[in-house]
Every structure is written in C-alpha cells, then in structure tokens.
Ligand binder design. Structure first.
Ligand code: AMP
Ligand code: MG
Length: 349
C-alpha cells in the first residue's frame, strides 16, 4: 500500500499503487496522473466534495468546467445524453477509423446527462466535456478506478500546464497529492476541445488534433470559436466563454514577442530567448549585454517536437530569475496554431 502523507509524492504505477489510489479516489481523494497531453489532477466526477477540492487546490474559477476522463467510450452514456443524436453520430466517426482520434488528445463537448456527475464539473451548464486518453498509465488508472474521473491540468490556475511529474510537485509541494509517474508527456499541449452538439462542430480550444483533421474525419465544416488567440504584439481581448479564459498557461516572468523588446531595452535585461529551430536561432540578433539565454524548441524545425518542448522550456526559464522571456516566430502549421493560441493567452495580462 502507498502511504499518503501531507507532502505530495511521485509514485510508480505498479499494481499495489493503482489499487491504493483507486480506493483513495473513490473516497474523495485527489490524484495527479499522466496523459499524452499534460498531467491531470483527478477526482471522482460524481463527488462534489472531490470536485470542490480540485477547484480549491488550483484556485480555479467555478465558471470554468472540467473534462471528465473515461477509459473507453463504452460507458459514455453514463454521463452524456446521446441516443441517436448528431453528436453521437459524430462521436462514432471520430472513434471508428482504423487510426481513430479517440482514444487520443481530443475532448468532446456533449449534452450532459443530468445528475450523473457533480454539477460543479460542468460549472452548472447543460453540456459535459469528455476525453478518453491514450496514455497507457492513464488507461490503467482509469480502468482500475472504473468510474468517470474529472481532471483539469495539474497546475495552479493560469500557470503553465505540467508535462513531467516534477512539474506537478513544483505546483503543489505541500498538498499531499500522489502523482502517478508516467514520465514526460508525449504531446505536451492540452487536448483539442470540440463541441459536437452545435449545427457546425466548433473547436473551442485548438490542440494537436487540428481543424483540418477533424473536418476530414467528420466530412463536414468545422469552425473555430471566436476568441481563440494569436501570440501577438497587441494585448488580445478574447470572447468570454468557458474554456477561453484570456490569461492562462503563463510563466511568472513576463512574456514578449521580439518586436516588443525595443520598448524594454532602456536598461540591461536578463532575457530568455526561445527560438523555434536552429536555423531561426542563427538568423536572430540575440541581445548581448547581458547575453540572452537561448533555447531552441526543435533543432530540426519539427512543429510537434516544438510543442513537446514548449512548456518544459518556459518552466525552466521561469525558474532562472529573468526579467523577460521572448518567444520568437513560431510557424502556424499543424499544432503550431495551438502553440500560438497558448502563447497569446500566456502573454495576456
Ligand atoms: P484544463 O483541463 O485545465 O485543460 O481545462 C479544461 C478545458 O475544457 C477548459 O478550457 C474548459 O473550459 C473546457 N471545458 C470543459 N467542460 C466544458 C464544457 N462543458 N463546455 C465547454 N468547454 C468545456
Ligand atoms: Mg488547464
């Protein structure tokens, strides 16, 4: 049995640990677990007590609903109302390809089955967000607990999402949270969130699964919700709706675009400078006095590798007592759109 104390602790997902954690979570305990996107802070979705602990731990506004995690879609109707609806039809398409998008880094917003989950999970609304993660340890954990687990990312509200167990520990050192070790998250950015209840399926949060991939599988037009942000030199003002909070994913150190720097350089600043590729780094005039700390997201210029390194790089630079972090040009290809969305929010004040 694992001993659960007052200090958060990283634990390996062996049989005894999974058994202990499943008892613990059914008893309203909170467990951090890995997924292919980022680490989640999980609680029993039917327990208001557990869900309120998650909101309290994160300092998350009660208006921002949580994603419910399932080990497969077989029990989705326990939490969602589908019976023959177009949402069901779309869900089946997304899950039934040879290379399906579910399980995977995709969250579906569906009509909620009333009273099946604590209302706080849905922020009191009529819809519910569900995801089936693909990560083997997330799968083992969800199969073992065998109930829906509500889980936002395992970071304090507005901070950078954790992609390693150590990041969760940094966010909640004294909360007594067991953290299931799954190593580094392979994708490193939060799931794509798509609302499939509307006339036109709508991406509420861009991610690894792109609008184009969704259109291909659904064979219909997929729109992007208004308010999705670009990393820009102006302070963006997004639409106010769930899942689209303006300030989010932020390091404590102020984040800038290169073109904003001229206004800052009236005094010598310690700067962390993030480039997409090695070639971009060669073509950049880095501040020399004092020399900027250069980080490259993907030496060869691979956008998926850049997404994988983004949060751990921002977190590492955030711990260096810098005056500013500059993120240089990121191409808008594939998951690049999601990277730019997160950087736009990380920049918002
Ligand atoms: P996080 O787990 O911290 O990455 O946040 C979960 C994301 O899913 C947030 O952006 C939520 O607003 C979004 N979300 C969860 N439930 C719903 C829902 N019922 N409708 C729309 N968005 C949702
Ligand atoms: Mg989050």
């Amino acid at each position: 049995m694992v001993q659960l104390g007052s200090i958060s602790e990283i634990v390996s997902a062996d049989e005894d640990v999974l058994e202990a954690l499943s008892t613990y979570i059914l008893d309203d305990g909170i467990v951090a677990f890995p997924t292919e996107t980022v680490y989640g802070l999980g609680g029993f979705a039917s327990s208001s007590k557990a869900i309120l602990s998650i909101f309290r731990l994160k300092g998350r506004p009660a208006t921002n609903p949580l994603i419910v995690h399932l080990s497969s879609l077989t029990k989705v109707e326990d939490v969602a109302l589908l019976h023959g609806s177009r949402a069901e039809n779309r869900m089946e398409r997304l899950a039934s390809r040879i290379d399906p998008l579910i399980p995977g880094p995709l969250t579906l917003v569906l009509p909620a089955r009333p009273d099946s989950t604590a209302p706080e999970v849905r922020a009191g609304g009529p819809t519910i967000a569900i995801r089936v993660p693909r990560h083997p340890i997330a799968q083992a954990f969800l199969k073992r607990v065998a109930v829906p687990i509500a889980a936002p990312s395992a970071n304090r509200s507005t901070h950078i999402s954790p992609t390693r167990p150590r990041h969760v520990l940094e966010e909640f050192p004294d909360a007594g949270i067991p953290i299931l070790d799954g190593g580094d998250c392979q994708i490193g950015l939060e799931s794509t969130v798509i609302d499939i209840t509307c006339d036109e399926p709508t991406v509420l949060r861009p991610g690894f699964i792109t609008q184009e991939m969704l259109q291909d599988v659904l064979e219909e037009r997929v729109t992007m919700a208004a308010g999705h942000l670009k990393h820009s030199s102006t302070i963006p003002v997004p639409a106010r709706s769930p899942g689209q909070m303006s300030r989010h994913y932020s390091p404590r150190t102020p984040l800038y675009r290169p073109e904003q720097l001229s206004t800052l350089l009236s005094r010598p600043l310690k700067i962390g400078w993030v480039c997409f590729s090695a070639r971009d780094a060669e073509n950049t005039n880095l501040p020399q006095n004092p020399p900027a700390l250069l980080r490259i997201l993907s030496p060869q210029g691979d956008i998926n590798e850049a997404a994988y390194h983004l949060y751990s790089t921002l977190r590492e630079l955030d711990n260096q007592n810098l005056d500013a972090i500059v993120v240089d040009h990121i191409p808008e290809l594939g998951v690049g759109k999601a990277i730019l969305d997160r950087l736009g929010r990380a920049q918002a004040r």
